[in-house]
Design a protein around this ligand. Structure first.
Ligand code: SF4
Length: 172
């Protein structure tokens, strides 16, 4: 994408007013729209939606990909192992942490959830505008056009307690 092999992604404004609509949706675009609409009535989010959300917020560099995290992803000041969306204006608390590692819901587990950038996987998702496909492409355009098998590689859990190893038994 660039001369020095460092992939670059164009930033987009949070203001959605200037967005256009593509006439033909890509596979991931269509799927993301469908998943988002289904998510509203589900009690729990499902794995495919959460995978898209995790990709939208966290990118996939930790899993061998080239997509960096969203520019608005922030580390929680309360717990450095948790992250919040800095563009939502929801603050920093266990309720706003995007991913939880317990049986509590993380923010990305909620069926109906809006993203300020209207990224894939969120209920207010809007497809990228035609200009987002010109280099450097936007993160949204990149996610919409990657092989869906890559999306499926994103590891997620759905508000479930992590498997804990059984405590060793102590003979008395
Ligand atoms: S919710 Fe949207 S704006 Fe916020 S970190 Fe995730 S992708 Fe970025």
């Amino acid at each position: 994408m660039t001369d020095n092999n460092e992939p670059q992604f164009r930033k987009v404004p949070i203001d959605p007013n200037k967005r256009g609509i593509k006439k033909k949706l890509s596979m991931v675009q269509s799927f993301a729209v469908a998943l988002a609409s289904r998510g509203i009535s589900n009690k729990k989010i499902n794995n495919p939606i959460k995978q898209l959300r995790v990709l939208s917020c966290f990118g996939n560099q930790e899993h061998g990909g080239i997509l960096p995290p969203c520019e608005h992803l922030q580390t929680s000041a309360i717990d450095g192992s948790k992250n919040i969306c800095g563009a939502c204006g929801c603050g920093d608390s266990p309720r706003t942490w995007l991913i939880q590692h317990s049986d509590e819901y993380g923010k990305l587990d909620y069926p109906q959830l809006a993203c300020p950038l209207q990224m894939p996987g969120f209920t207010n998702y809007l497809v990228s505008t035609p200009d987002e496909s010109t280099e450097p492409v936007t993160r949204k355009y990149y996610i919409e056009n990657i092989d869906y098998k890559e999306v499926q590689k994103t590891p997620v859990t759905i508000g479930e307690e992590e498997n804990k190893e059984e405590s060793p038994k102590i003979d008395s």
